[in-house]
Design a protein around this ligand. Structure first.
Ligand SMILES: Nc1ncnc2c1ncn2[C@@H]1O[C@H](COP(=O)(O)OP(=O)(O)OP(=O)(O)O)[C@@H](O)[C@H]1O
Ligand SMILES: [Mg+2]
Length: 232
């Protein structure tokens, strides 16, 4: 039995799911996966809640800090548990609008020891972060067209709301990536998302509007950024 099962449980999608955890990864222990985390060559990027690392050509891992044990945990909104975030990713694994989608879910390693990190395994996107492009630290894919991209992002978010009754609630440029091949959006990071299925009509509208306003704001920021670049 792998060592990781002492302190963490590995959860993978249902047996008939398209996205199985490859044997080569399932056999790895938690210690081995955390070793990957310390290899600079495997580092992809990070946000406030996690660091993301390359596992294979098609799979990456998001290592979530256990913020619940932080001395400052009471001071900020902790966001979703790993199980909640994984649930949204799994729900959306087969979902897409046109050429826009989210990373496919692969599995999760949920620590049973407080303070130990949790790991979310997912499809490694061949994409660049929209915020990085705006910062000038990543190259914009040639196939990108702002009008098509943001229209499609809008349609994806509307479908997320109406078909899946999910609101993202963290639609910032850092949580949207651009697929290198198609130039289309990849919506990532469901760490603040929530289901609106059981909410009142007014609450549903409130949260859906928040997402739509966030997309509009992102588009404005993108345009401002392009205008500034043109003036230089
Ligand atoms: N599936 C993926 N494939 C490739 N890169 C990814 C993937 N998921 C995340 N990333 C990269 O890693 C970064 C951090 O991931 P993520 O946004 O999920 O972390 P976070 O800590 O929850 O972020 P935030 O600060 O927005 O809460 C992303 O901004 C993105 O650049
Ligand atoms: Mg993020």
């Amino acid at each position: 039995m792998p060592e990781r099962l002492n302190s963490a449980k590995l959860i993978t999608p249902a047996p008939n799911s398209l996205y199985q955890l490859p044997e080569s990864i399932a056999r790895r222990t938690l210690a081995e996966l955390l070793h990957i985390k310390s290899d600079p060559a495997r580092y992809i990027d990070e946000g406030g809640a996690a660091t993301v690392h390359h596992i294979s050509d098609s799979i990456c891992m998001k290592v979530l800090h256990d913020r619940h044990t932080s001395a400052y945990s009471g001071l900020f909104n902790l966001g979703n548990s790993i199980e909640q975030e994984a649930y949204f990713l799994e729900t959306l694994s087969d979902f897409g609008v046109g050429n826009t989608r989210s990373p496919r879910y692969v599995g999760q390693i949920v620590s049973t020891v407080r303070g130990e990190p949790n790991i979310l395994l997912m499809e490694k996107l061949d994409a660049v972060n929209l915020q990085h492009v705006m910062n000038g630290t990543a190259i914009l894919p040639k196939s990108f067209s702002a009008k098509i991209f943001f229209d499609e992002l809008d349609r994806y978010i509307v479908a997320l709301h109406t078909i899946h009754k999910i609101v993202h609630l963290d639609l910032e440029a850092r949580n949207v990536m651009i697929d290198r091949e198609t130039g289309m959006p990849r919506v990532i990071d469901f760490g603040r998302s929530r289901s609106i299925a059981s909410l009142s009509k007014a609450s549903k509208v409130h949260f859906m509007n928040k997402d739509m306003d966030a997309v509009e704001e992102m588009y404005q920021k993108w345009q401002n950024c392009q205008n500034k670049k043109e003036m230089l």
